[in-house]
Design a protein. Sequence first.
Length: 59
Amino acid sequence: MLDRLGTLGIAGIVLALAGLGLIAWQAPLVAAGLALVLAGVGLVVRGLVTGLMSQFGFV
């Protein structure tokens, strides 16, 4: 999976996790909410990309 992301994708994940860790250090409840939001956005993006790729016949 990591080979599909590329360097920028991995850097984005590292920055998101670092930011979430910084927020968790100050406000754990807010960090939990942000983690749920990030997971939800990731699932929505995956669903959109999968649907788009199936329309073009890639899946």
